[in-house]
Ligand binder design. Sequence first.
Ligand code: ADP
Length: 499
Amino acid sequence: MRGRWIEHFRGYMFAVAATAVALWIRTLLQPVLQDRLPFGVFYLSVIISAWLGGTHAAVVAMVLGTLAAAHFIIPPQSSMLIVEPADWVSLLIYAIVGAVTIMTFEKTRCDQRKAEQRSAENLALTETLKKSDLQKDEYLALLAHELRNPLAPIATSVDLMARCRDDGRRFDALRRAVQRQLSQLVRIVDDLLDVSRYLQGKMRLLRDPFDFREAVGAAVEMVQPQIDEREHDVRLLIPDEPIGVNGDRVRLVQVVSNLLSNAAKYTPRRGRICIDLRTENGSAILSVSDNGIGIAGDDLDRIFEAFAQVDSSHTRDHGGLGLGLALVHQLCEMHDGSVDVISRGPGKGSRFEVRLPLVELPVPPVRPVESSEPLDLESMSVLIVDDNRDAAETLSMLLTFEGMATTVAYDGPMALDLLRRQKPQFILLDIGLPGMDGYEVARRIRADHRQDGVKIIALTGWGGPEDRRRTREAGFDDHVVKPVDPGNLVDLLRGAQPA
Ligand code: ADP
């Protein structure tokens, strides 16, 4: 502010000096010009003031020029009177040309300021882009590292499995190792897909009032192997009464299991983890605390940002992509809730607290009652349609072990052709097929009354609500996201009731 006044004052000084010089020149030229062109040289003082001192200085120079011309040059001299119409016209022209000059300089100055601002913004943007490009490269390297981690033991196990086919126990241990590493890979890919959905604003919830205790129970079950492996002592404080929340079950299980899995991961072996679920002032509060490595005060704010990892030195020991907490944060907000973290610092453990609005459960939660006996798959037949031959063949092998009669097709027309000659109870149908996609195949099967009652199950890599809606509309009975857990698929088939 003060600098601006000094600048203005300097401009006014310019204007006074320029007008004085102009008046002096005009006085020198008086014998030649007499009382013609009374404002002529004062144009120069206006232009110079506008150029060097800015708009304010130019306006002052114009006023001073008018007064000087009226007083010293225009007759009657030594008075401020302008009598002759020709002098009035000169004054008018002086005023117009002066105003246009001032406006032109002002516009040029404005454009220049904008250009400077734009160039500063461009510079800042270039810096940001360079930084994010570098972060992206670092992130890709981290991602490659995280994906390679489970791939190495899978490759070794598969190699060893071929060598110890006769040693049942070793074979089983290797198979379990492959299974564990695969589930880790699936989790990384799922998290990446979720984060990309959330960054594109495409994440949708399927909300229903339900008992939050169920989500906590399911999450504990999911993370139990990790907890057991690290021999943690887990304390569960869950109330006996239902805790109603209006939420997407699957997503809330994801929230709790992420927090729990972090607690297991960032707590040294044989640590203590406490899961406490309670209600307070109309909110359901879940806190997951551990006595693990803790978090430094400066890092508490940024751990909920996507791709944030606190400290590469110790977090690298634990792997991870820095996505879990970003998803937890986003999902809590989408449920009109929040998540907070408290830690007294490195080595002092951490506590994550999720708050969700409580809702009344409409009726006491009814546990789903098995409506009928599970199916015996022995007498059932299934058509598997997948253009990935390995996927189709291994799935066929799996279902053959269950006693099912299987047929395999690698594209839509081949599947429809087979269906002219057979009537399976189930069709496991991939969506992304070459030529005719799974939706179209399902629609044609539904239009064929010979196949009435067949259960069509979508096997696809796409698992968003929109994808599920499309499969339902195309006539599918169920939607299973790849990679399929064999146990779950068999359970699903057993639970299905073909007409
Ligand atoms: P990831 O675990 O894959 O790195 P998250 O988003 O789940 O990603 O966590 C982000 C960071 O927050 C982690 O890298 C870790 O430094 C820190 N963090 C999360 N949970 C805990 C915890 N229970 N104790 C200590 N640090 C944690």
